[in-house]
Design a binder for this molecule. Structure first.
Ligand SMILES: [Cu+2]
Length: 745
C-alpha cells in the first residue's frame, strides 16, 4: 500500500466538474470527503495497487463518475446493489441513483445522480426495474411522471462544465481536415452527462480567431430560460473571440441529444458533442450495458465555409465524401483508423443511443441479423417497438435496446456483425458511394484474430422518411387541443405576415444591387431557401431578445429578412398550430421557386405534436375532400381536432420532423414557454441559406424571464460589437462587406 494525498476538508460534492480527470486521473487530484469519521480523521487514508481506497482497514467507497471517495459511515444503507459497476444508495439522508455504463470505452462506471434536497426518498432504478427512479412510501417519481411540470421533476444538483472553442486540424477518418473547429481540443466534443432534475451550467470560451460562436443545447426545452438557447441573433449576440458566456438551464426531460454551435455553418467543422440526461426508460436493459452515444454524421475534408460559396452559386448543398460514427471512419487509401466496434455480451440487453449530427444526411441504421427495440425518440419515452432498421433524420435521436444473441455464433460463425449507417435515398448526396459497412458488432472477446464480419444486410427500404408514424407512440399521452392562433373565419391569405400559420418552403431570388435587402454578397441576386416572407438573416449585433418591447418589436417585424411571427398571448394550456409545406408547385406566388426536397424541421423550446405528416401537396391533397367533394386544402374551419384527417389523440411528439418532399406537416405545441424561438431546417446549408424563421411567444412574460439576466446579455453584445467593430478582425478585411454572407444561424 502506498499513501495517497488526501483532502480531508469538506469538499463541495455538488459542484462536480465532470471533466475532472477520472480515467487516468492523478490520485493527488482526487478530492476525498470524510465527513463522518470523528476521531477517525487521524487514521490515514491509503490506496492499494488496484486503486481502492482504505480508511485504516475499512474500504472506502469511490464514485467512478466523479472520482469522489466516501467513508462507509456516510451511507445510511445500501438498498440497491445491482451487480456489475452500477449501484444506487442512500447517502446520509438523500438518494443517489446509480446509472449504467458499459466499460468498453474505458469508462469506470456510471454517473451517480445525487438528490440532496430529497430526503426521505430512495432510489428504485435498477436492471430489474428501469421504469422507476425514486420512491418514498407509495409515492413514485418514474416513467409515468409528467416531466413537463417542473414541480414533479426530482430536485437534482448543479453540474458545471467548461467548453473551449478552438481551431485545429483534425483527422477523424485518417485524412486531415485543416479547418477543424472543436470543443476542448477534441472531436466530437466531450460527453455532457447529467441527471433528471439537475441544473446544467456550461461556460463556453471562444478562442477562435475569425468567428463568433453560440452554443445550442439541441432538444432541451429551455423552460422559462430562452436566453440560454444559444441562437446568436435571436437569444444572444455571438460570443466574441476571447470572451466567455455561461449557459444555465434545467434538465426537466431525460434522454439524449447533442449540443452544437449555432453560428452559421460552424458545427459542420466539428463543433458538436453528445448530451445524456439520465432518467427512467420504458423497457429493461442489463446492468453495465449502456454505451456512449453513437453520433452518426456525414463528413468532408473541406471546411463547410469553403463549401458555402458553392452552395450560394449553384443553390444546391455540396456533395459529402464520408460518414463517421462517433468521430471515426475510413477513407480512401490513407491511414485507416479501426472501425468503430461495439462489444456485445451474449443474451444481454444493451442500451444504444443514436444521434444524427450530420449537415446534410438522413441515415438508416441497422445491425445485421439484430432487432432494435426502440424506447425513446428525441427526449420523449415511447411505447417500445421492434424493427430491423431505423431512420434517423438530422438532429433526431433514438434510444434503442439491442438484444444480444444467446448464441451469437449461430447466425455468423465468428460472432461478428456489420453495423450499417446507410444514407437515405434523396435525403443525402455523396460524391461517391461511402463505405456503408461502418462499424462492427462483436461478441468474442477471446478471439485470437479479429476478422471482418460475413453477415448480410437486412432487407429494408432506404427511402427518405421518418420512422413510421404509427410506431411512434409517446408513453405519457398528450391530447392536443384546437389552435388559438387560427381564426376559422379568416382566409389565411388575408392575414398580416407576422400572424401567419401556413409556411411554404421554397427558394427566392434575393438581394443584389439596389434591392435594399441586407444579403451579402450583394454583387447580384442569389437564390436562397426560405419559409416565410424572405430568406432568413439575423443581425448578430441586434438580437431579438433585446427588442421585445412593443416599439422595438414593430421595428423587427418591419424587417422582412427577420421573418418574425408573433403568436397571440396565450395560456400555457393553449395550443399553437403550424402548417409547414414543401410544395413542388403552389398557386402563382411572385418570384418564389419550388423544388421537391425533404427538410428535417427543428423547433426550439418545445416538443411539438405531429398532427399530420403527408407526402401529398398541401394545395391539392387527394386525400382531403371539401364539402363539395373536391380535392383541396384544409380551409381554416377544418383545421381543428374535429377533422378526422388530423390526429389529436397522442400523436408522435418530438423536436425534429421530416417534412416530406412535395408534402406537408401540421404540428402543434403548447404556448407554455415564453421567449423568442427559431424554427429551421437542420440541413446546415439550407439554414445558412435562409430556411428559418422566428416565433415570439408570450412576449411580455418573456421580458420578465429575461430581466434578471439582461445586463449579462447586454455585456456580451457590447463585447461582440467592440470586436466586430474592428475591421482587422474580419476574415475578409480587404472586402469588409463580406463578413456575414449567410443567415448567421
Ligand atoms: Cu432543408
Amino acid at each position: 500500500m502506498k499513501l495517497a494525498s488526501v483532502w480531508t476538508s469538506i469538499v463541495q460534492v455538488f459542484n462536480i466538474l465532470s471533466f475532472a480527470p477520472t480515467k487516468d486521473g492523478d490520485v493527488a487530484q482526487i478530492p476525498i470527503t470524510l465527513h463522518n469519521t470523528g476521531d477517525g480523521a487521524k487514521i490515514p487514508v491509503t490506496q492499494d495497487d488496484s486503486g481502492r481506497f482504505y480508511h485504516g482497514s475499512r474500504p472506502l467507497i469511490q464514485e467512478y463518475s466523479s472520482g469522489m471517495v466516501y467513508h462507509p459511515d456516510d451511507f445510511k444503507e445500501v438498498p440497491l446493489r445491482t451487480g456489475g459497476k452500477e449501484f444506487s444508495y442512500v447517502h446520509k439522508n438523500y438518494p443517489v441513483v446509480g446509472t449504467p455504463k458499459n466499460d468498453q470505452d474505458g469508462e469506470k462506471g456510471g454517473l451517480l445522480c445525487h438528490y440532496p434536497d430529497m430526503s426521505g426518498w430512495e432510489p428504485c432504478y435498477s436492471d430489474q426495474n428501469r421504469s422507476c427512479w425514486l420512491k418514498k412510501g407509495s409515492q413514485r417519481i418514474d416513467i409515468n411522471t409528467d416531466y413537463e411540470d417542473p414541480e414533479k421533476v426530482p430536485k437534482g444538483i448543479v453540474r458545471k462544465f467548461h467548453l473551449e472553442v478552438s481551431e485545429q486540424p483534425i483527422s477523424p477518418d485518417g485524412t486531415t481536415m485543416e479547418h477543424g473547429k472543436v470543443f476542448n481540443r477534441r472531436y466530437p466534443g466531450p460527453w455532457i452527462e447529467a441527471c433528471w432534475g439537475d441544473t446544467i451550467e456550461v461556460t463556453v470560451k471562444n478562442n477562435l480567431r475569425w468567428n463568433g460562436t453560440s452554443v445550442h443545447w439541441h432538444g432541451i426545452r429551455q423552460f422559462r430560460s430562452f436566453q440560454h438557447d444559444g441562437v446568436n441573433g435571436i437569444t444572444e449576440c455571438p460570443i466574441a473571440p476571447g470572451d466567455s458566456f455561461t449557459y444555465r438551464f434545467k434538465a426537466l426531460q431525460y434522454g439524449s441529444a447533442w449540443y452544437h454551435s449555432h453560428y452559421s455553418l460552424q458545427y459542420g467543422d466539428g463543433l458538436l458533442g453528445p448530451i445524456t440526461i439520465y432518467g427512467p426508460s420504458t423497457a429493461q436493459f442489463d446492468d453495465n450495458e449502456a454505451f456512449r452515444p453513437l453520433l452518426l454524421t456525414d463528413w468532408n475534408h473541406r471546411s463547410v465555409f469553403e463549401d458555402w460559396p458553392l452552395m450560394l452559386n449553384s443553390g444546391a448543398a455540396p456533395e459529402m465524401t464520408n460518414i463517421l460514427i462517433n468521430g471515426t471512419g475510413q477513407f480512401g487509401f490513407g491511414p485507416k483508423p479501426p472501425k468503430y466496434t461495439l462489444w456485445l455480451d451474449p443474451g444481454k440487453a444493451h442500451l444504444l443511443i443514436l444521434v444524427n449530427t450530420a449537415v446534410d444526411t438522413t441515415f438508416v441504421f441497422s445491425i445485421d441479423d439484430h432487432e432494435l427495440e426502440v424506447i425513446e425518440m428525441d427526449f420523449v419515452p415511447i411505447k417500445p417497438y421492434r424493427t430491423n432498421n431505423i431512420k434517423i433524420g438530422i438532429g433526431q435521436r433514438y434510444h434503442v435496446i439491442v438484444h444480444g444473441f444467446e448464441n451469437p455464433y449461430k447466425a455468423e460463425r465468428y460472432g461478428n456483425y456489420w453495423m450499417r449507417a446507410v444514407p437515405a435515398r434523396k435525403c443525402s448526396k455523396f460524391a461517391f458511394g461511402p463505405d456503408q459497412q461502418m462499424g462492427i458488432v462483436r461478441y468474442n472477446r477471446n478471439a485470437k484474430k479479429l476478422s471482418d464480419p460475413l453477415s448480410e444486410p437486412p432487407l429494408y427500404d432506404i427511402g427518405c422518411a421518418d420512422e413510421p408514424y404509427k410506431s411512434l407512440v409517446p408513453h405519457i399521452p398528450w391530447t392536443v387541443g384546437n389552435p388559438v392562433n387560427i381564426d376559422p373565419h379568416t382566409d389565411p391569405k388575408d392575414l398580416p405576415d407576422h400572424k401567419r400559420y401556413i409556411f411554404d418552403v421554397g427558394r427566392t431570388s434575393s438581394g443584389g444591387p439596389g434591392s435594399g435587402e441586407p444579403y451579402i454578397p450583394d454583387d447580384k441576386a442569389y437564390e436562397r431557401w426560405d419559409m416565410h416572407i424572405a430568406p432568413f438573416r439575423v443581425n448578430f449585433s441586434d438580437p431579438t431578445l433585446l427588442a421585445l418591447d412593443d416599439a422595438n418589436m414593430d421595428r423587427l417585424i418591419a424587417q422582412r429578412h427577420l421573418d418574425v411571427v408573433v403568436l397571440p398571448e396565450a395560456r400555457k394550456d393553449q395550443w399553437i398550430w403550424m402548417v409547414i409545406t414543401a410544395p413542388d408547385k403552389v398557386p402563382p406566388n411572385g418570384s418564389r421557386i419550388f423544388f421537391p426536397a425533404a427538410h428535417p424541421m427543428h423547433l426550439h423550446g418545445h416538443d411539438f405534436a405531429l398532427l399530420r405528416q403527408s407526402t401529398n401537396n398541401w394545395y391539392n391533397d387527394p386525400e382531403i375532400e371539401d364539402d363539395e367533394g373536391d380535392h383541396k386544402l384544409f380551409p381554416p374551419d377544418k383545421l381543428n381536432c374535429a377533422n378526422r384527417d388530423i390526429n389529436c389523440q397522442n400523436p408522435p411528439r418530438r423536436d425534429v420532423v421530416l417534412l416530406p418532399a412535395s408534402g406537408y406537416v401540421i404540428i402543434a405545441f403548447k404556448a407554455d414557454n415564453p421567449g423568442a424561438w427559431i424554427i429551421h431546417c437542420h440541413i446546415a446549408f439550407h439554414a445558412s441559406s435562409g430556411l428559418a424563421m422566428q416565433i415570439i411567444e408570450n412576449k411580455n412574460q418573456a421580458m420578465d424571464v429575461l430581466e434578471p439576466e439582461k445586463t449579462e446579455i447586454e455585456e456580451e453584445c457590447r463585447k461582440w460589437r467592440d470586436w466586430h467593430g474592428e475591421p482587422m478582425n474580419h476574415w475578409d478585411f480587404h472586402h469588409p462587406t463580406h463578413f456575414q454572407d449567410d443567415s448567421g444561424v
